[in-house]
Design a protein around this ligand. Structure first.
Ligand code: SF4
Length: 140
């Protein structure tokens, strides 16, 4: 799956849930997206729910803002470093990378920023794509 495919699919799933839950307040909506509730109520929202595992080892994991507004990707490559194509980066310089002989992808597994309720509350939008408006660098 390309980044663009994931981005489009995830946006659609997010919007579908919001259209069905009929919650109005920001707090209610964010609380609805706690890991435990989403795992039990929307098992297809994340591949990890089925195995009851988390992307980050944290107690109050919230799934509303999966991925992260600081992530940037381009399926054709953001830049080239030492003959390797960089497909994704973090604008905050956090996390690490997955590297092969030909590619570099950003690895957010050590960073919990976008899963904390306060961060989500501070950066909330009812439309997931609006929160992620800078993330895709694919322009065609
Ligand atoms: S490393 Fe953290 S801040 Fe950077 S893109 Fe990933 S989740 Fe966001």
């Amino acid at each position: 799956m390309t980044y663009t495919q994931w981005f489009t699919n995830h946006s659609h799933k997010h919007k579908t849930i919001l259209n069905t839950i009929n919650l109005k307040s920001k707090n209610e909506i964010i609380d609805y997206f706690t890991y435990e509730n989403m795992r039990d109520s929307h098992n297809d929202f994340c591949l990890l729910y089925e195995s009851n595992t988390k992307c980050h080892d944290m107690q109050d994991l919230n799934c509303y803002m999966c991925g992260c507004p600081y992530f940037r990707f381009d399926d054709k490559g953001v830049e080239t470093i030492d003959d390797k194509i960089v497909y994704s980066i973090c604008t905050k310089g956090l996390g690490s990378t997955f590297e092969s002989e030909v590619s570099i992808h950003h690895d957010c597994s050590s960073c919990e920023v976008s899963h904390h309720k306060k961060f989500i509350n501070d950066n909330f939008d009812i439309d997931w794509k609006e929160m992620m408006t800078m993330v895709s660098l694919n322009f065609d």
